[in-house]
Structures are given as structure tokens and as C-alpha cells.
Design a protein around this ligand. Structure first.
Ligand code: DQA
Length: 165
């Protein structure tokens, strides 16, 4: 917001993020992540996707970012959202679920977006079945965070704040 600078200092002490200028970050979750809380809780935890999204929105706001949280089970829809983000968003935090291990289409869409990408997984994919060890996202990601549950999204938002600063 624009106030005379003496008022600005009172209303918004230094370091207070201005939501009007917040960089928009697409926080995109892929297939089956709508089942969080119900699905294999011993691996993915008991938090629901709504819980996770609420935490992302709150964390992002503290960092001066706006988290635009979306989930889809449809690969093509994810491709379309990633393409759209090119002009409206400043970065992408992506948990592509099982598409991580299969999708050349997501890989290509992320490249086309020309945005910084941070790959997140709730579980440690390298400690699981060998088909989860390969990612089509990692080679084009600024970084990968896995194995820390929902904390991974917090860490990704912190890293993204530095990427878009
Ligand atoms: C996941 C790991 C993937 O291998 C799996 O298919 C998922 C979730 C994770 O967050 O740990 O759906 O991306």
C-alpha cells in the first residue's frame, strides 16, 4: 500500500511483507494427493490436503509470497496450469505424485514455463521402491526436498522466497 513514508513506517514496520506486492507461487500437488490423511498414513501422515494448503498459505504470507495451492489427478490439467503460470506466477513448488516418475509432459511444461521449480515429496522416494528413484522433474528443478512430510513444503517456500527475491 502507498502511504506517505512516515505513515508507512508506522503502519508497516520494516520487514512486514506487503500482500499487494506478493509474488504468486503455484503450489501444485498431483495425483492421489487429494487423499492425504486417508491414504497410507504411515507413509504420508494424517494431515489432509486442506491442512497442508492452509499451512502453505500462512507460511507464504510470512515470507511475502502468495501461495496458489492446486491439486489435480489429471496430467493434462497440470500441464495447462503450469503453462498458464508462465505469465502469472513467479515460481512453482511441485509434488507431482506418481507423475514424477513417468511424465515427460510435465518435464516439458516446466521447461516451457521458464520459472524456478522446487520439487517436493512427503516421503523419502529414495528409501522406497526402485521405480520411485527416478524423477523427470529433478533434472530441471532448482532443488529437491523429500522425506520430511509437510515440513518439506515450508522449506520449499523458504527456498523459493530466495529464488524470487
Ligand atoms: C510422493 C511420492 C510418489 O512416489 C508417490 O507416487 C506419491 C507421493 C510423495 O509425496 O512422497 O503419490 O510424491
Amino acid at each position: 500500500m502507498n502511504f506517505p513514508c512516515y505513515m508507512q513506517a508506522i503502519l508497516e514496520p520494516e520487514g512486514t511483507p506487503d500482500p499487494m506486492n506478493a509474488a504468486k507461487i503455484l503450489v501444485l500437488n498431483g495425483p492421489n494427493l487429494n487423499m492425504l490423511g486417508l491414504r497410507e498414513p504411515e507413509i504420508y501422515g494424517r494431515e489432509t490436503l486442506d491442512d497442508l494448503n492452509a499451512k502453505c498459505v500462512e507460511k507464504a504470507a510470512k515470507l511475502g509470497l502468495e501461495a496458489d495451492c492446486r491439486q489435480s489427478n489429471i496430467e493434462g490439467e497440470m500441464v495447462t496450469w503450469i503453462q498458464g503460470a508462465r505469465t502469472s506466477h513467479k515460481g512453482i513448488i511441485l509434488n507431482a505424485g506418481a507423475y514424477t516418475h513417468t511424465s515427460v509432459a510435465l518435464h516439458d511444461a516446466l521447461l516451457a514455463s521458464e520459472l524456478p521449480v522446487i520439487e517436493v515429496h512427503l516421503s523419502n522416494i529414495f528409501g522406497r521402491e526402485s521405480f520411485r528413484h527416478h524423477s523427470y522433474i529433478s533434472p530441471i528443478a532448482a532443488g529437491v526436498i523429500c522425506g520430511f512430510g509437510s515440513l518439506g513444503y515450508d522449506l520449499a517456500l523458504e527456498a523459493m522466497a530466495k529464488q524470487v527475491a
